[in-house]
Design a protein around this ligand. Sequence first.
Ligand code: PEP
Ligand code: MG
Length: 296
Amino acid sequence: SRSEAEARRDEAALTRDGTRIAVMINVAGLADLADLPAKACDGIGLTRTEFLVEHALRDEARQFETYAGLLRWAAGRPVTIRTLDAGGDKPISGYTIAGEANPFLGLRGIRLSLRHPEIFRVQLRALARAAALGPLKIMLPMVTMAQELEQARALLDAVLAELAAEGVAHSAPALGIMVEVPAAAMAIAGFDAAFFSIGSNDLTQYATAAARDGSEVATYADVLHPGVLAMIGHVARHGAEVGREVSLCGDAGGDPRAIAALLRAGVRAVSVSPGLLAQAKAAIRDVDLSERKPSA
Ligand code: PEP
Ligand code: MG
């Protein structure tokens, strides 16, 4: 029941057969943490910075304060912060391209950040400085090609050298990628990322050719489509093989109808909105991974 689930919200999530599943949270800023103790989760798996950065594109101090606040709240747990994912469903006036015929297939996420290195650098500096305060991880959105990861790494390295030369406290954060473009998911072994986080919202919409928020086609945009699950399984297997963390931070991670299939596909970490923590953990406790069931 709902109250039983709520009562166990702060306990670790284990499947029936005792497999520990990390459950982290998705946030957009400090306000999302107001009533939540950090012990309720295994850290922050996704920070959407569009809301924050929209009004602080060139304001390193303001960005730093927010990232530092997230780390303080997490008290030693990992804090994953995604670089600006503007474009698509998240336009920022004066930054994203107006009037693209198809913004979801246009200049968004890391594509746009690499077009605006002067703005990207501000965020990377704020992130590298905050990383001195705790386990901060940088996550790049909408990565399609390995060069994008390498270009971002080069920019990050330059920023780290610059901070060192200035004598400013900083640390090198782990650099990982969102896996939400089907071509990247299928070619995942070509990406030398420290960790992978499956963005099932976008991965599903791109793989099924059905808009993530389109009510007319909602039945098509299904994370349980065998083609989508096959990609998730492929990424999970790759992560296990090379010993790098794979999590899933799309809405499906908090969906009781999807959780069993995701775990069977190999997912061992999810990140969900704070309001779904209790429900997600309850759904995980219902899954028995030792049962033989057809899997993806
Ligand atoms: C996703 O695409 O699944 C995701 C987590 O990112 P966003 O919803 O912010 O696009
Ligand atoms: Mg996305």
